[in-house]
Design a protein around this ligand. Structure first.
Ligand code: CO8
Length: 270
C-alpha cells in the first residue's frame, strides 16, 4: 500500500486522524508532527466531533521521530547559529505539538495497533483512552539512548499514570513498557485482534454505538473537570522539558546518536 502521509476524516461524532507511513513503521518527521498537531486542532474545532481518534497502519503505531529528518534537518540560513537552528527544528515544534495535545477538549483516543516509540509514545500517553489491538503492543522511550531527556509531557504523564518508581526504572534503564505493564494504567481495553484495518474500524463502530447511549456534551464536561487536575502541570513540564533539552541539541549529542542508530539498523540487515 502506498504511503499517504497523514489523513483526516469525520464520521458522525468521531474525527479520525490516520498515519499512513508503513514503510518506515510510521516514523514522523518534524513536519509530520506539525501536520498531526494541526489535524488534532482541526478536530478540536469541529462542532459535531466529540471523539478524536488517532489511528495508524501496519504492525507499528509509530517508530517515533524520523532519524532522516533529525540527521538532515532543514538547511540553516548562512550565519544562523546552532541555537537558532534547534529552537526552530526541535524546541518550537516539540513544544507546540505537545501543547496541542494537552489543551485538546474532545476525548482523545489512541488505537494502539502496535508499538509506539519516542515522541509518538509520549503523545499516546497524553491520550484520554488507549485501546490495544493485542498484547504485542508496547511503549518505548529511548531518551537515555539518544542523549535526550523526558519529552512530550512524560515527566508528568508517566509518573501520574504508572507511578514514580516504575517511571524511573523504565526510563532510566531504557526498558519497553510491555502490554502487561500498560494494562489498567495506560491501556484500558485489549481488542485481541490481528488485522489493523479491522481493529481500527471496530473501534470506530464501538464509539458510534456508545455515543448513541450518552448525552455527548456531558462527556466533554467530564473531561474538562478531570483534566483540570493535571493540565497546568503538563503544560509547565512541556516548557521545562524542551528548554532543558536544547543544550544537548546545540552540542549535537542527539544528532550523533541518531546517526549511530541509523547505521546500526542498516548493519543488522546486512
Ligand atoms: N525513522 C526513520 N526510519 C525508520 C525509523 C525511524 N524512527 N524506525 C524504523 N525505520 C525504518 C528502518 O530504517 C527500516 O527501513 P528500511 O526497510 O528501508 O531499512 C524500516 O523502517 C523497518 O525498520 P526495522 O527493519 O528496523 O524494523 P524492526 O522491526 O527490526 O525494528 C524498531 C523496529 C525497534 C522500531 C527499530 O526500527 C528502531 O529502533 N527504530 C528507531 C526508533 C527510534 O529510536 N525512534 C526515535 C525515538 S526518539 C523521539 O521520537 C524523540 C525525538 C525528538 C525530536 C522531535 C522533533 C520534532
Amino acid at each position: 500500500m502506498a504511503d499517504k502521509g497523514i489523513s483526516y476524516c469525520v464520521d458522525g461524532p468521531v474525527s479520525i486522524i490516520s498515519i499512513n507511513k508503513a514503510k518506515t513503521l510510521n516514523s514522523m518527521s518534524g513536519d509530520d508532527y506539525i501536520k498531526l498537531a494541526e489535524l488534532v486542532d482541526k478536530a478540536d474545532n469541529e462542532p459535531k466531533t466529540f471523539f478524536t481518534l488517532l489511528q495508524s497502519c501496519g504492525s507499528f503505531f509509530s517508530s517515533g521521530a524520523d532519524f532522516v529528518s533529525i540527521t538532515e534537518p532543514s538547511k540553516s540560513n548562512s550565519g544562523e547559529s546552532e541555537l537558532k537552528k534547534w529552537l526552530d527544528n526541535f524546541l518550537s515544534r516539540n513544544s507546540y505539538v505537545t501543547s496541542v495535545f494537552i489543551r485538546h477538549r474532545k476525548i482523545l483516543i489512541c488505537c494502539l495497533n502496535g508499538p509506539a516509540v519516542g515522541l509518538s509514545a509520549a503523545l499516546c500517553a497524553l491520550c484520554d483512552i488507549v485501546y490495544a489491538m493485542n498484547d504485542k503492543v508496547y511503549l518505548r522511550f529511548p531518551f537515555v539512548e539518544l542523549g535526550l531527556v523526558m519529552e512530550g509531557g512524560t515527566s508528568v504523564t508517566l509518573p501520574l499514570k504508572l507511578g514514580n518508581n516504575k517511571t524511573m526504572e523504565t526510563i532510566l534503564f531504557n526498558k519497553n513498557l510491555t502490554y502487561d505493564e500498560l494494562k489498567g494504567t495506560i491501556v484500558t481495553r485489549n481488542y485481541d485482534m490481528t488485522d489493523t484495518q479491522e481493529f481500527n474500524q471496530r473501534v470506530i463502530n464501538d464509539l458510534k454505538n456508545r455515543a448513541n447511549n450518552v448525552y455527548l456534551p456531558s462527556i466533554l464536561g467530564i473531561k474538562k473537570l478531570i483534566s483540570i487536575n493535571y493540565k497546568d502541570n503538563v503544560q509547565r513540564a512541556n516548557s521545562v522539558e524542551t528548554s532543558d533539552a536544547i543544550t544537548s541539541w546545540v552540542n549535537g549529542e542527539p544528532q550523533r546518536r541518531f546517526k549511530i542508530l541509523k547505521t546500526k539498523l542498516r548493519k543488522h540487515k546486512v
